[in-house]
Design a protein around this ligand. Sequence first.
Ligand SMILES: Nc1ncnc2c1ncn2[C@@H]1O[C@H](COP(=O)(O)OP(=O)(O)OP(=O)(O)O)[C@@H](O)[C@H]1O
Length: 448
Amino acid sequence: MAAAVPSGYAPPLPTTIFNSTPGTRFAPFTLRLRLRPRRAAAVPAAAATLREVCAGRVPDHVLQRAEEVGYVVPTEVQEQSLPLLLSGQDCILHAQTGSGKTLAYLLSVFSAIDFGRSSVQALVVVPTRELGIQVTKVARILAAKACTVMALLDGGMLKRQKSWVKAEPPAIIVATVPSLCQMVERRAFTLQSVRVLVIDEVDFIFGSSKQVSSLRKILTSYSAASSRQTIFASASIPQHNRFLHDCVQHKWTKSDVVHVHVNPVQPMPAHLCHKYVICTKKERLHVLLSLLERDAPKSAIIFVAEQSERSKKAGNPPSTAVVVEFLRSSYKGSLDVLLLEEDMNFNARAASFSEVKGKGFMLVSTDIASRGFDLPQTSHIYNFDLPKTATDYLHRAGRTGREPFSRLECGVTTLITEDEHFVLQRFQNELKFYCEELPLESMFTFNS
Ligand SMILES: Nc1ncnc2c1ncn2[C@@H]1O[C@H](COP(=O)(O)OP(=O)(O)OP(=O)(O)O)[C@@H](O)[C@H]1O
């Protein structure tokens, strides 16, 4: 990720707001952090409403739209971060999947822009086209035509996008890194007047070797940290203390950047129910089918590993295609079996993505669907292949149980070989969740 902090470097210490869990002892490095008692429930009895938290900062018409779509009471991360965000403070929003970070940063965007000006005033950078579509949708709902929100996402036509920018200059742009850089380098617009810069899923973008140098340009060359508010968001920011220092050292943010860390000791949402089945690779498809029959999910995402270069060269079909084909011929339930993966062309990706909206689906996907996807009807996640890291497990699992105030149990089931068991145990230790074994014998009673 970012460069090491040289010894002797002593930036003003950024603040961490740290919401602790009662009874937990903290490691020494956290001692300098300001601890705040955790509230007993996500919504305290006398919680302020979103309107009260945002009063005088966010335009009334935006708050009205927020209420109309059901955003009335702030979630925990919104409650903690909005007073800081709305005062213009640079922030790192670090909170569980599905905790409502998007609305928190969008309200900050709406509090900062001048609706009468026709220049790019806010920029939200996202890692995938699909997440961009979602964020654009929420921003457009809140804007209600009071300003233009433009999506510059991979797969768009550069020429067409350039003429749109001219015809209707956007106040807010939601963009993927390559599309944004292409437009800026071709001088379709400048980012000098950006007042708020948001980088969503920041650890993912920094972790991508293809995107990191462009991201650094967005942070330092296209506009200056001193003249804008910078907001980073993610459910996982590995080595966050180091990241905080890098933010200051590399001038990605101002020196008083604040780290808002909600539920630091429990990164995994508590209402997810984790299970695993040990089986051989050959048994996996049939075990998956049995699980689908017994769980009868409302909607599900089945995560499958990306095909390796070696397997591509050997001419093997990707595992995603194998799983889709198997389910289309064997699954007798009512859900549509859909496919989403990086290698699909953008039209096919768009078709799959629009089909998962609104009705029951069974989406077979690579990790492309693991970041930011907000499909609240997803009741079950299946890891057909074990994720590579605990962070990947966290983000995949976080695609379910996304209704902030619902405590309904949602399921995450992982299929592993005997040899992979210790890896799953490592994830459990790191993310502090319990995973129950489903005996293989119990799987096949449905198929006999
Ligand atoms: N105050 C609120 N009241 C009710 N629902 C909310 C509120 N804030 C957000 N939501 C809903 O909660 C869901 C999750 O929000 P969001 O997508 O912002 O989560 P996130 O923190 O960005 O998650 P991830 O880290 O997985 O991207 C969305 O469906 C959103 O509409």
